[in-house]
Design a protein around this ligand. Structure first.
Ligand SMILES: C[S@@+](CC[C@H](N)C(=O)[O-])C[C@H]1O[C@@H](n2cnc3c(N)ncnc32)[C@H](O)[C@@H]1O
Length: 347
């Protein structure tokens, strides 16, 4: 008996970790009154947010997840509770289940974070167990620097998370049309390494903050890909981007940041690419009408409680990339788990 090599499909694991959002999210929406309000009237996201006293951006993410679970539906821009929610989740109904679902919801940390972020629109802070003091939380990379140990920890957890989708991305023939690809915010470098492995004429530069670039170098060495894959320690916000690459690849980068920051990154990419150069965003996409699917919507809630971003739709990416000047924005499911590859061209 021995371990098997990773394949391009780890969707069962994604279902496992994102499935944990279902119950706390339903309980949180019961607590703020979503199901009662949408049983009484059809409302826009903004009107519902105002009525419930919650943040509209966060509510949009919750509604997408609830919709993908069949509990609410959206028609002509108005949300309604479905028959399922009106029967079992209306607090005044005979069938009301939430006395029970609250009782069996053991994931108190996740429920508290979902509730705080829904109410405030902000990433919840960490509450000190000793003093009760709330400390703002951020991901280390938002400071633009991190200890080598933190970089190693992030590289390891991102590596686990990204192996299957990296194999899916690497299988895309479009990378064979490039001569040099820069993997921006590369983490462990698994994407750039697998793309280089699958396309023998391609050179790849793994770019990240310098501590993370040093970790990525270890993964290059381990993969024996040093002849065609190198690293660059660059802060993508504060430093000049290396030139000379006809492709820029971002995986799970735009989803960490606000719409305004995504526009800045798209603009910096456009500036650094030659005419004809391509930008690629490897992401789990929301549907264009923002009503699911569940995995994208739950991943978006993960972004809400943990980062400054969310999962975007292709419609949103088309707008963001178009605002920088990119054309021919399209997306394809890669076969790497739930991921899609968005691509666009500098005309
Ligand atoms: C969610 S991880 C994605 C890693 C990898 N692309 C993947 O999908 O597995 C985000 C990455 O962005 C990097 N990052 C964050 N801020 C950065 C900055 N200012 N400049 C360069 N990289 C940055 C982080 O260090 C981290 O490796």
């Amino acid at each position: 008996m021995s371990a098997l090599r990773p394949t391009n499909d780890d969707s069962a694991i994604w279902d496992l970790w994102l499935g944990q959002f279902r119950l706390p999210m339903v309980n949180v929406n019961d607590e703020v009154g979503t199901f009662k309000a949408l049983s009484e009237a059809a409302l826009t996201t903004d009107a519902l947010a105002a009525q419930l006293g919650v943040d509209a951006r966060a509510l949009a993410m919750h509604l997408a997840a609830l919709c993908s679970m069949g509990l609410v539906e959206k028609r002509l821009g108005l949300w309604r509770a479905t028959h399922l929610a009106r029967t079992w989740l209306h607090p005044d109904g005979a069938g009301y289940w939430c006395h029970f679902t609250r009782h069996v919801d053991y994931n108190t940390t996740l429920r508290a974070r979902l509730l705080t972020s829904l109410r405030t629109g902000k990433r919840p802070g960490d509450v000190s167990e000793d003093t009760g003091e709330v400390k703002p939380r951020s991901v280390e990379w938002e400071r633009g620097t991190m200890s080598q140990q933190v970089a190693a920890d992030i590289a390891n957890f991102m590596h686990a998370h990204s192996q299957a989708p990296a194999l899916g991305a690497a299988a895309q023939g479009v990378f064979g049309e490039l001569t040099s690809l820069m993997d921006i915010g590369c983490g462990s470098g698994i994407y750039g390494i697998e793309i280089a492995r699958a396309h023998p004429n391609l050179k790849v530069v793994l770019m990240d903050l310098k501590e993370m670039a040093a970790e990525a170098q270890k993964f290059i060495d381990r993969a024996g890909m040093g002849a065609r894959v190198t690293t660059a320690g660059v802060n993508m916000f504060t430093e000049q981007w290396p030139r000379g690459h006809d492709g820029h690849f971002f995986s799970n980068i735009f989803h960490d940041w606000s719409d305004a920051t995504c526009r800045l990154l798209a603009h910096k990419s456009y500036e650094a690419l030659p005419v004809g150069g391509r930008i690629f965003l490897n992401e789990i996409l929301m549907d264009d009408d923002y009503t699911g699917p569940f995995v994208a919507a739950a991943f978006s809630l993960q972004m809400l409680i943990g980062t400054l971003g969310k999962q975007y739709s292709l419609a949103e990416f088309r707008d963001i990339l178009g605002s920088a000047g990119f054309v021919d924005v399209e997306a394809i499911r890669t076969g790497g788990g739930y991921y899609s590859l968005v691509s666009a061209r500098k005309p």
